[in-house]
Design a protein around this ligand. Structure first.
Ligand code: NCD
Length: 306
């Protein structure tokens, strides 16, 4: 199994066995998350972020620094030559001379794929429009594996903006590698994209629809809540209609399973009650820590250091 030199554009770029191998590497790298190492000394990561980010960019940067490497890049296109009209293809062909690997976030759905086509160094997709966010799916899956000890056999609910949310798209594909029951709960306007549903069904995932939110809360092992993706709505009035239409509150958890875990890719903006934070169910901050481990594993593997 080799990851050296590979791009990571979609979660389906890696097989289940490869994902689980990465998890083993993430487990092994845990001490490095605190103490650091020089595994990637002399290597450079370029973070090209054309959209806002806190966790994804900072955890990739922290991962590279903890592994002994260096980081260059920009956190907003306004400070780069993109502001002068430079194309993504040209940007990539320049940056490949300065770095060993690129992490790219971009508002266009096909951006990461296009960048990988032009780049001679590996490209990792850190979010392509509303289409996909495969490294988030890796860390979501890793969080479930660490917190529940398994993924097969679980009942998992995805709640919120299943239409524009890129994290749930990639996570749904990742979960299709496993024997899980998937509940999809969203306002009618924000249902899971049809082509993704068809792919999931084809791969044998059991999808439970039309359940009430209360039933889902009582029977789930994992609840994954998402933010309504305001910035992706073509029409602001459409957003006004759905905004605030769902919220997971502390009181709703009174009959949930004792070992239910609640995840959220963050940021949250009202759909997840902060009163839940102090319960044993809240794993969304731990999830951000697991993200660091998974991203260390990914960088070290693709750069051929492991
Ligand atoms: C997500 C994203 O950017 O898609 N954030 C993240 O990477 N953790 C989710 C979101 O913005 O709602």
């Amino acid at each position: 199994m080799t990851f050296k030199g590979r791009d990571f554009i979609e979660i389906t770029s890696f097989k289940r066995s490869e994902i689980e191998y990465l998890f083993k590497i993430a487990d092994k790298l845990e001490p490095v998350a605190r103490k650091g190492s020089d595994i990637l000394k002399g290597r450079i990561l370029a973070c090209l972020f054309f959209e806002p980010s806190t966790r994804t960019r900072l955890s990739f940067e922290a991962a590279m620094l903890r592994l002994g490497g260096d980081v260059i890049g920009f956190a907003e296109p306004a400070v780069s030559s993109i502001a002068k009209g430079e194309s993504l293809a040209d940007t990539v062909r320049v940056v490949e001379n300065y770095a060993d690997i690129i992490v790219l976030r971009h508002p266009l759905e096909g951006a990461a794929k296009l960048a990988a086509e032009f780049s001679s160094i590996p490209v990792i997709n850190a979010g392509s429009g509303s289409l996909s966010h495969p490294t988030q799916a890796l860390l979501d899956l890793y969080t479930i594996y660490r917190e529940k000890g398994k993924i097969d056999g679980l009942k998992i609910a995805l709640i919120g903006d299943l239409k524009y949310g890129r994290t749930v798209h990639s996570l749904a594909y990742a979960l299709s590698y496993y024997d899980v029951k998937l509940s999809l709960i969203s306002p009618p306007q924000l249902k899971m994209r049809r082509e993704i549903l068809e792919d999931l069904r084809r791969s044998g995932v059991k999808i439970l629809e039309n359940e009430s939110l209360q039933d889902v809360i009582e029977t789930s092992d994992v609840i994954y809540v998402t933010r309504i993706q305001k910035e992706r709505f073509p029409d602001p009035t459409e957003y006004e209609r759905v905004k605030g239409s769902y919220k997971l509150t502390f009181d709703m958890l009174s009959n949930c399973k004792k070992d239910l875990i609640i995840l959220h890719p963050l940021p949250r903006v009202g759909e997840l009650d902060p009163k839940i934070d102090s319960t044993r169910h809240a794993k969304y901050f731990k999830q951000t820590y697991y993200g660091l481990l998974v991203r260390m594993a990914l960088l070290a593997s693709i750069l051929g250091a492991i």
